[in-house]
Write a protein that binds this ligand. Structure first.
Ligand SMILES: *Cc1c(COP(=O)(O)O)cnc(C)c1O
Length: 430
């Protein structure tokens, strides 16, 4: 279905919902309330909604803890000693990896640091990192302080790529040119899977291949990609990646992060790393022996015992992803996002407004479930009025409203109402 087939009416939106094979999943989530009804929630890229099943998953662990105390490590329904292992299958399917290549642990920025300890090993010849100029602040701080930790000057060692003048997205060819240009000095390519501000999805296989041709390690921050894009990290030969679970993965504020390490590295026990007992060979974990013997999997990067309550919430959500599967999610995502694009542009046209300008790429291959609306003139006020009307979007300084139609729980009707309210707001301001 293309934009020519769309129509900006409630009836049409309801017709699309009626034909949506994933429509019933909406009822598996709690929606924040607004004036006695569900909000039209478009912030799943910032904080995903709570699955209704989450409470029972967490309650199970609370009850086992109450009932069993320390015995719960081995005798609870899902023994805590090996709790993290329940995540290997679901996370592997989610990001396109083998179960021994993924682990749920810590939080995103922590994992980025831990994996950079292993994968950013600058020497005299190779010491540069390629990243994007407008990276998420936490990633910028991580890269900057990793460089300083190695006594390197970020002004010299950090190569930041920007979109061309007048453009909003990075061109893959520009990324690859930068990789080739700095090739012999390049230690690490560190880019996002999907840009948090513009909603651009990157060509991860092409970037990985270029990084490897240059002799560099390639890592990705998949904060906005996990649970949003179809990923094949192993087949793409990505070296390492990290993501968080509270955005598209609906696992709760500050939820447990995920990490991926390619098999050829995961099995390499000689790699330098910061270690803790939960990364040790499991058979010896409680023997309290001297000398760290890493597991031969991504789990070797674990430091501490697993945060079971947070992981229980994560499990509730991953079970839904496993039931749906990424291909079905991606199919609905593209249709829902295209419909949002259509109703937003229709609202702008009908109100004869200059804004918003959608800066997210037009092609479904270059985006996920997010549209970023550039509104330098009235953005802040439009955002406030949308919020006051029960449309939950977010405002990102300096001048963008982000909206994410999430295929698991947003409906075409949600999208229609967003367009309707935006049209009303725009007419007031033009
Ligand atoms: C959301 C997000 C983070 C958040 O980091 P935490 O360590 O989970 O607080 C980091 N980087 C990017 C790109 C993000 O989108």
């Amino acid at each position: 279905m293309t934009a020519q087939d769309f129509s900006n009416t409630l009836e049409f939106a309801r017709q699309l919902d009626a034909g949506d094979p994933l429509a019933d999943y909406r009822s598996q989530f709690h929606f924040p309330q607004f004036e006695g009804r569900d909000t039209h929630y478009f912030c799943g890229n910032s904080l995903g909604l709570q699955p209704i099943a989450t409470a029972s998953y967490v309650k199970q662990e609370l009850e086992d803890w109450a009932r069993l105390g320390v015995e719960g490590h081995f005798h609870s329904k899902h023994p805590w000693f090996s709790y993290h292992k329940m995540f290997e299958g679901p996370l592997a399917r989610l990001v396109g990896a083998h179960p021994d290549e993924v682990v749920a642990m810590n939080q995103l920025t922590v994992n980025l640091h831990l994996l950079m300890v292993t994968f950013f090993r600058p020497d005299r010849e190779r010491f540069k990192i390629i990243c994007e100029a407008d990276a998420f602040p936490s990633d910028q701080y991580a890269l900057e302080t990793q460089l300083r930790h190695h006594k390197l000057d970020p002004d010299e060692a950090l190569i930041e790529i920007s979109p061309r003048a007048g453009e909003y997205s990075l061109r893959t060819e520009d990324i690859i040119n930068a990789i080739e240009q700095h090739g012999p000095q390049l230690a690490l390519v560190m880019l996002p899977g999907l840009q948090y501000y513009t909603g651009q999805a990157f060509d991860l296989p092409a970037i990985t291949a270029a990084g490897h041709r240059a002799g560099a390690v390639v890592g990705f921050d998949l904060a906005h990609a996990a649970g949003n894009l179809e990923l094949h990290l192993h087949d793409w030969d990505v070296d390492f990646a990290v993501w968080c679970s509270y955005k598209y993965l609906n696992s709760g504020p500050g939820g447990v992060s995920g990490a991926y390490v390619h098999r050829r590295h995961a099995a390499n026990t000689a790699l330098p790393r910061f270690a803790g007992w939960w990364g040790n060979e499991e058979s010896e974990r409680f023997q309290m022996k001297k000398g760290f013997r890493p597991a031969k999997t991504a789990a070797a990067w674990q430091l501490s015992n697993a945060p079971v309550l947070a992981l229980a919430a994560h499990k509730a959500s991953l079970d839904i992803f496993d039931a749906v599967g990424m291909p079905a999610l991606a199919a609905k995502r593209d249709r829902l996002t295209a419909y949002l694009e259509f109703v937003l542009e229709d609202a702008r046209r009908r109100s004869a407004a200059e804004e918003p300008l959608i800066i997210t790429p037009r092609s479904p291959r270059e985006r996920g479930a997010q549209l970023s609306m550039l509104m330098p003139r009235h953005g802040r006020r439009v955002f406030e009025e949308l919020t006051a009307a029960g449309i939950v979007v977010d405002w990102r300084e300096p001048d963008v409203i982000r909206a994410a139609p999430v295929p698991l729980y947003n409906s075409f009707e949600d999208v229609f109402h967003f367009g309707r309210v935006l049209g009303e707001v725009l007419r007031k301001h033009s």
